[in-house]
Write a protein that binds this ligand. Structure first.
Ligand SMILES: Cc1cc2nc3c(=O)[nH]c(=O)nc-3n(C[C@H](O)[C@H](O)[C@H](O)COP(=O)(O)O)c2cc1C
Length: 340
């Protein structure tokens, strides 16, 4: 079973990620992991805090040089912006602050923020790099792209940059929509026999687990509700690559809606919970939009879920064991899928 955990606070010494159940014999170059982390850190829309972070990392277990051994992999990401947690009794609306303070019985929102912050997603990307590489070596290509920013239903690099600049100058933030796709997935990953084995459900959990993601669709998604069955049957790609909770050999397409970043440079109305007086919750270093970075995080989260499903179907403790099984399955199912 492939599983992972992260630990660490955003201004603590380290973020830590542990990946367990990952096969031996997978070469994951340090430069590859660094490049993936760079995609998240340098994504358009990010704010001043990113200039502080360098995502310097160490791998302290589970690798022989740059190749996995099958033992749990530990990644340590050193935080450059280290500091003791401050004190704030003013919860920021739209964040974990208020519910987290109530839940853990503290008047200090900083203690909640330190862990709830999306800085944690750097550890998810570091671990996801291993899964992305495994997918790649097994012939599965996973990608992500932003398809909408704020009110712009489609974007290119220039229009996105202009819209981000406009929002930043206005002291505002933006949400958006991103897509994650996977090509080359063998048919039959996931399962129809139990609700929690359905691959769509597992991917939904991974996508909605990305901070700020509020909407999720597979294939035709919400638009499917307005189609007739005859119309839908004529467009099998609307299934988004999943039928009955399993991959069907087609391209997997997921779409997610990301809410606008709640941290506003001019402040959002809140209150000091100790005094009950109205106060502004100000986020000076906030990103203008999280959608580009969230897309990268989601790509890695999807890679982890898909790697887990591949390992469940094909088993094996090393890449050398798994790869021929996947190739053979593709040959076998490919012949049948060609008839459709
Ligand atoms: C990579 C990434 C960076 C983010 N950066 C910020 C930020 O700078 N400021 C902010 O207010 N929210 C930011 N967010 C969004 C918050 O983390 C998110 O809105 C918050 O966790 C509450 O959303 P939730 O209700 O979905 O958990 C970011 C999200 C991601 C994925």
């Amino acid at each position: 079973m492939l599983r992972y955990l992260t630990a660490g606070e955003s201004h603590g010494e380290y973020l830590t990620g542990i990946l367990e159940g990952f096969p031996a014999g997978v070469k994951v170059p340090r430069a590859y992991i660094a490049a993936q982390l760079g995609r998240r850190r340098r994504a358009p829309g990010r704010g001043a805090r990113q200039a502080l972070e360098t995502d310097v990392f160490e791998i302290t277990s589970g690798m022989d040089g740059e190749t996995t051994t099958g033992a749990p992999v530990t990644v340590l990401l050193r935080n450059r912006g280290r500091a003791a947690p401050g004190f704030s009794a003013v919860p920021r609306p739209g964040h974990a602050d208020l519910a987290g303070m109530l839940k853990y019985g503290t008047m200090n929102a900083s203690l909640v923020r330190e862990r709830a912050s999306a800085r944690e997603t750097a550890a998810r990307v570091a671990l996801g790099s291993f899964a992305l590489k495994l997918n790649e070596l097994l012939g599965v290509t996973i990608n992500s792209r932003v398809v909408g920013l704020g009110r712009l239903p489609s974007i290119d690099a220039a229009s996105a940059a202009a819209e981000l600049l406009r929002a930043r100058r206005a002291g505002d933030t933006l949400g958006g929509v991103f897509e994650v796709t996977a090509e080359g997935l063998p048919a039959g990953l996931g399962d129809f026999t139990q609700h929690d084995r359905r691959l769509g459900a597992r991917l939904a959990a991974a996508m909605l687990g990305v901070n700020g993601v509020k909407g999720f669709e597979i294939g035709g998604g919400f638009a499917l509700a307005a189609l007739g069955g005859m119309e839908a049957a004529g467009s099998p790609e609307l299934s988004g690559g999943l039928d009955g909770g399993m991959t069907n050999g087609r391209r997997l397409t997921l779409r997610c809606a990301v809410k606008p970043v709640p941290g506003l440079p001019g402040g959002a109305p809140s209150a000091d919970l100790r005094t009950g007086r109205k106060a502004l919750a100000i986020s000076r270093t906030s990103d203008t939009s999280a959608v580009f970075a969230a897309a990268v995080v989601a790509e890695h989260a999807a890679a982890l879920t898909l790697a887990a499903a591949l390992l469940e179907k094909f088993g094996g403790d090393s890449l050398a064991e798994i790869k021929p099984r996947v190739d053979e399955w593709r040959r076998k199912t490919g012949k049948l899928l060609k008839n459709l």
